[in-house]
Design a protein around this ligand. Structure first.
Ligand code: G3I
Length: 368
């Protein structure tokens, strides 16, 4: 092990020890002299990143943290269809263009999220799909958007959240407007259209609810494997499974064996496994900040250690970088359970939390 790696691991180990105390004060001391996640990830061959919006550009402290910690970004909503094509044939790429330009100016990769989803669709498209659906409404959109960013977006979430066993179908697919419009073939259509538009982009099926143990967890995992295996058998150009990783230690705890078995099945299909939207929700009442932070760090480390042990992961992105800008702050649950969520690696002042150290310690161990 080289000196740089030794110094890194020893400072992170100390941070790990600090977890057992109140942790925060010592961790903040260490953070002043630790390498960044971007440095650590590069050393282990990963890209590390977060979801971004152009409105964050105004926040100097936040943007310094993004430049320091990230080698990849994804648009939190500005590359979704309701923003890109607000009315049929009228496109607005301004937000996505600015984010892609920021990424490349800062030598970062850019993830495209997402081309086909049951949510975030403009009203005109929902009406068209429910009335007289046109395949062009799917394939031509993908050709235009993926073609525009050809060579500048390294991976695309082509289809997002196509599984939902709670809808009761034997194949576990979600009863979405896309399924109703085109049947199950919409998924293959989307991936073929994306591959034709950018043959070099990594094409990802992105989903949630497969990380933990909960009522529909087994069905979600088995339906996902069945769908991905079918796509591979039909020669569909799919390269990776995107695990959103909105972790929930209270209601959907991780069983390492269950998670490892699921991921091994995905790896056996010849697919990579990307971590695309990592955060840890904890609305549990009565927990101190220190306890919430400890649980979030332990949950993060448990999850990443299992995922990275498969050695087929290239990128790990959190859904936001700082608690200041988490979608969970808008969650209807947050005020109800009291307190502001703390789901991300940096706090409101961009100070590294125990979750930051958990990520750093997981990615510091080269498993690629
Ligand atoms: O604030 C802008 C407004 O200025 C603008 O005029 C308007 C145009 O539509 O958009 C407004 O922003 C809204 C944004 O939330 C505010 O943060 C977007 O409309 C709205 O789409 C966006 O919601 C996003 C949601 O996906 C739906 O797109 C959330 O930010 C985002 O965190 C959430 O992310 C999803 C992933 O895509 C998929 N996985 C789950 C994850 C969390 O729900």
């Amino acid at each position: 092990m080289n000196r740089r790696k030794f110094l890194l691991l020893s400072s992170l180990a100390w941070a790990g020890l600090a977890f057992r105390g109140n942790g925060i004060a010592e961790a903040q001391q260490i953070s002043k002299r630790s390498l960044t996640l971007r440095d650590i990830a590069r050393g282990s061959g990963y890209d590390i990143g977060c979801a971004m919006t152009t409105s964050r550009f105004e926040d100097k402290l936040f943007m310094e943290a993004v430049r320091r910690e990230c080698s990849c970004i994804v648009a939190e909503y500005q590359s979704k269809r309701h923003v890109l094509e607000p009315s049929r044939g009228m496109f607005d790429f301004e937000g996505m263009d600015r984010l892609v330009a920021f990424a490349h100016k800062n030598k970062m990769k850019f993830r495209g999220h997402t081309l086909v989803w049951h949510a975030a669709n403009p009203a005109w498209l929902v009406a068209e799909l429910n009335d007289v659906p046109k395949e062009g409404g799917l394939t031509e959109y993908i050709a235009k958007v993926v073609g525009r960013y050809r060579g500048r977006v390294h991976s695309w979430d082509v289809v997002n959240e196509a599984i939902n066993p709670a809808d009761g179908r034997s194949d576990g697919l979600r009863e979405s407007i896309w399924l109703k419009a085109f049947g199950t073939s919409y998924i293959d259509m989307a991936f073929h259209a994306a591959h034709e538009a950018d043959p070099n982009a990594s094409l990802v099926y992105n989903d949630y609810n497969t990380e933990g143990v909960w009522k529909y967890g087994d069905a979600w995992r088995s339906s996902t494997i069945e769908m991905l295996a079918g796509m591979k058998a039909r020669g569909v150009p799919i390269h990776a499974y995107g695990m959103q990783a909105h972790l929930d230690p209270n209601d959907r705890p991780i069983d390492p064996k269950v998670l490892a078995n699921f991921l091994q099945e995905i790896k056996d299909l010849g697919l990579r496994i990307q971590v695309t939207e990592l955060d840890v929700r904890d609305f549990k009442l009565g927990r101190s900040v220190e306890e919430k932070n400890r649980i979030a760090a332990e949950t993060t480390k448990l999850f990443l250690d299992v995922v990275l042990s498969l050695s087929v992961t290239d990128e790990i992105l959190t859904w936001g970088l700082s608690d200041k800008y988490s979608w969970l702050n808008d969650s209807k649950n947050a005020p109800f359970y009291g307190g502001i969520p703390s789901p991300l690696p940096l706090d409101w002042k961009m100070v590294r939390k125990p979750m930051w150290y958990a990520i750093a310690k997981s990615i510091a161990v080269k498993t690629k």
